[in-house]
Design a protein around this ligand. Sequence first.
Ligand SMILES: Nc1ncnc2c1ncn2[C@@H]1O[C@H](COP(=O)(O)OP(=O)(O)O)[C@@H](O)[C@H]1O
Ligand SMILES: [Mg+2]
Length: 240
Amino acid sequence: MIELTNLTKTYPGKTAVQSLNLTIPDGKIFGFLGPNGAGKSTTIKMMTGILPMDGGSIQLNGKDISKESIAAKKSIGYVPDRSDIFLRLKGIEYLNFIADVYDVPKEVRETKIPELTKQFGIYDALDDHIQTYSHGMKQKIVVSGVLLHDPDIWILDEPLTGLDPKSSYTLKEMMREHAEKGKIVFFSTHVLEVVEQLCDEVAIINQGKIQFQGNMKEMKQQFKEDDNLERLFLELTQNG
Ligand SMILES: Nc1ncnc2c1ncn2[C@@H]1O[C@H](COP(=O)(O)OP(=O)(O)O)[C@@H](O)[C@H]1O
Ligand SMILES: [Mg+2]
């Protein structure tokens, strides 16, 4: 379970996330939906310990990210919205580096690295530097890294943006399998359709505040009844 309590973040002159409360249960694909600039990436960066919070607390599987930061971080795999890290490494070096950090045994690497990278169509690029990869390929190598160490909680920031249809399909299938194992898949998107396809549960964020949390049926009902949500709905469909 993930619990965000009164989470707040202010950039100079701008409150990006304001007193945000969210409970994300196990065994679900949880969509974090909101237009560009809503505060999704800021929330995710706090959840992954990249950005310090100004207020509130975050529990990942019962571990407080501020107080037990290493233990909390061990349970998560993070795919950022832009993967501009480790550009000077070759794909294979990056995956071995991740495997080293998370103590993935040699036998597991030997089977899983070819398996995962073939599924994403980047196996033949493993000896190339990440610098030469397209956005989609960078995304796929980072996703492969996460799947390699197989953490309980997946946190994905706009994971389908820039992926080709086949890889997008593969990733969605993997997300479903992970949730079916009783684990958490938390991902952000600004595209309503993606949420409709994939999610069990959704939270809608706008201007740093949660506007709605519930299941898909409840979301549709709320859209009909609430003018503010209806306006937001139009924005989210147009952005797609
Ligand atoms: N490093 C930063 N410094 C100042 N403002 C920022 C910074 N990062 C994001 N913001 C602002 O905070 C708000 C939320 O941004 P972000 O969390 O990236 O939204 P989203 O991921 O939903 O598009 C936006 O108004 C954005 O311009
Ligand atoms: Mg973002």
